[in-house]
Structures are given as structure tokens and as C-alpha cells.
Design a protein around this ligand. Sequence first.
Ligand SMILES: Cc1ncc(COP(=O)(O)O)c(C=O)c1O
Length: 461
Amino acid sequence: MDQSVNDPMNPASLRARDARHHFHPFTDNATLSRDGTRVIVRGEGSHVYDVEGRKILDGFSGLWNVAVGYGRREIADAAYKQMLELPFYNTFFKSTTVPAIELSEILGDLMPGFTRSFFTNSGSEGNDTIIRLVRHYWALRGKPNKTHFIARNNAYHGSTVGGASLGGMTWMHKQGGLPIPGVIHVPQPWWWGEGGDMSPAEFGLWAAREVALAIDRVGAENVGAFIGEPIQGAGGVIMPPDTYWPEVERICRERDVLIVSDEVICGFGRTGSWFGCQHYGYTPDLMTFAKNVTSGYLPLGGVMMADHISDVLHEGREFWHGFTTSGHPVCCAAGVANLRIIQRERLVERVRDEIGPYLKQRWMTLADHPIVGEARMVGLLGALELTSDKAARTRFANPDLAGGICRDFAYARGLILRATGSTMLTAPPYILTETEADRLVELSRLALDDAAAEFRRRGWL
Ligand SMILES: Cc1ncc(COP(=O)(O)O)c(C=O)c1O
């Protein structure tokens, strides 16, 4: 008998066990085992290693979230120490823990005017919390009809019932009878895909005014908040034209509609500012966070509240909302250790002034590739639009397939990129070195060459 099947790290056996027992999120489970599951076993710095021992450059930081890179002992030690000291206590019913105090205090220091935070386990739960919190706030203010949300097509705000409803991914809505009532979706500010003949500046104003039209249709007295990601991440790293956010802010302020900045991807330095709203120069009332608050070492999310919101909530009745593990002490301890690393190593400044501009300058050279319609990057968040006709900004007939092909070629070459439709995405760790940045771009170009050859073979070019 082949002894290797008894080896717990035997790749074939791991894949078979995974296929038999593990139902994966955002995965076609039926084809997964046929296509070959990627079994990732270890991480160090900007790289992960698969079960075959291949070293792969993680151009996507896990799921946008391993900001400080893999293998940080300091975070592991903080979690270990906290587990021995107090592995769990809750934050309900007048209780708290030291790590929850410390983390909420750091968050308050990072964003002036946002003194208080509410903790959840994920970004999705953060956005579900937003729905209840905004409605509760307006009820306390004597405006209980302000219950509607304005959100955007193709936005991603998570996959709980509330998060997916705020999100504008219609294919997600089709599963499970979403969205819930009270969410109105407006056009996204994606100039390359939907800007037509307008200049980016004109299109940004047009898209912002769609927000005004939607509020006015429903009646501002019925609208609680507008929610948007500073840069739409999962939708395709969509950077709004500079005209967009200032106009959205003006429109919402004029109509007394709250602004929720979903900072789950952009928060904690991804754009080169601590929060994405600071990059675009608007001031929200509420911010959802998750991901890089712990660099993904443990699950944690939440909502940061501007003082004029939290003061009202603070003086209101009990907020009947929370999760057993809201403010989990071990996750908060990991968050504190992670944010201290980001501060001590000046990683946000590094993204803004050093590695961000370096990678951007290299990444933008990919725009000359025959199948790239646009290259863009802010901080360490980048995208490439795959196209069959640069001038006409034409997408491939089956964008998901085209993007998936390019992504798989990148992986085969030793680089993780993500594909959203036919948009290729990168979001590497903040500790990426210049050599690794060079490699990321070099491997991306090779993957584009491979994809172009495959598209030609299929008659798509
Ligand atoms: C902008 C945004 N909001 C919310 C979420 C949901 O966060 P989570 O997956 O932690 O529930 C995500 C996840 O990628 C996201 O990108």
C-alpha cells in the first residue's frame, strides 16, 4: 500500500478530505475538487507556501487583509498571552476586558472625532450593525421614518442578509430573496466601465447626482444614510473620479442624510491614509471596519462612530444588539499588537510615500499590454481592466471566464492576483519590498501574455 496516503500532509488526501467535508464560501464546490484546491500551509512576509512546497507571492494579502505580512510573532505572542490570561469574557451587561478598552482607545486616537467604537466579528456583521444603528439613531432623534439606505450597484458590503442587501451584486441578491426592503441602489462611479462619452470628471458628478435623485425620489425624510466604499473593492477596485465624493458629501449634508464609509478594505492604511475617506477628503458619520484591524490574524470588525452620532446613542436607551464575541479579548489583543506594528514601522507612511508610489509606477507600465484597457492604483490597491479593444473599452463576452483564466495563469507562475469579472486586482501587504514589487509586475505581465495567447486560441482576439 502507498504509505503516502497516511501522511497527514499528503496533498491528494488533503484535497479529497476537503472536497468531502468542507463546503466553501464563494466557490463552485462542484468543480473545486476537479480543478484542484490550493492548499496553503504556511506564510512568511509577503509569501505563502502551498502543500507542494511552492513559494507564491501573495499579491492579494490573503483577502486584502494581511497588511503586516505573514509570520508576525508579536501578534501571535499577544494572542497567546491573552488566551492564558483570559481567553474569553463578554462585553454585555456592564462588563468589559482590558484588550477591548485598549483597542477602542487606539481606534479613537486614529480617527479624531470618532471617540467610540462598537465591535463585531466581521465586516458583514459591521454593516448589519450599521442598519440597526442608523435606524435607532434617527428614532432617538424623533425621525423614525428615516429608515431607507442609498447604496450602489456592484458594491460589496458583506454576505449576511443586511450586508448583501446593502451590497449591489445582483447575482448575490438572486440567492435568498434579497435585498431586504428599504435599500435603493444607484449607479457606481466606474468610469472605465460605465462612463461612456463623459470625461471622468463629468461622470463623477453625474454618478453623485444619481444619489441626489434617489434621495429626492424617496424623500429625504425617509432616508437614513448613504453607504459607500471609498474605493469599491470586490466590485473591481473602482476608484471614483475626484469629483464624486465631494459632491456626494454636499448632497447628503444638504439633505440631512448620514454618510457611512465602509472602510473594511480601505481602512488602516490601504490607500496610504489611515482611512479611505481621508484619502478622498470627506468626513463620514459612521465607518465600518474589519480586515486590517488585525491583519487577518484573528477575526474582528466593527463600527466607528462620529461623536455627534455616538453621543445620541450613548444617551439613548439600551441598544439591543451585539454578538457573544463582540470585543473578544484575544481578537482585540491581536488588533492592538497589529496596530502597534503599523504605527511603529510607519507602514501607512510607507504605503503613501515609498512602496505605494514605487509599485504604482511599475504597475502603470502594464497599461501598454495589448489586453489591458486601463491600469490604476491608489496606495497599495490596484486594478487592470482586461479588454479586447482598448479604444472602445470593450470587455470580453464572458468576463468571469477571461479574468479567471488570467488569475490562474498568474497562480501557475507563482503570483496570487484576484479577478472580479475581467478586472485583475492586486492588494499586496504593506511590507512588500521593492524587489517583490518588481516581481509582482513581472509575473503579472507574464500572466497577461499567457492569457492573451489563450484568448487568441479561443478566437476572442
Ligand atoms: C467593503 C467590504 N465591506 C464588507 C465586507 C465584509 O467583510 P467580512 O468578509 O469580514 O464579513 C467586505 C469583505 O470583503 C468588504 O470588502
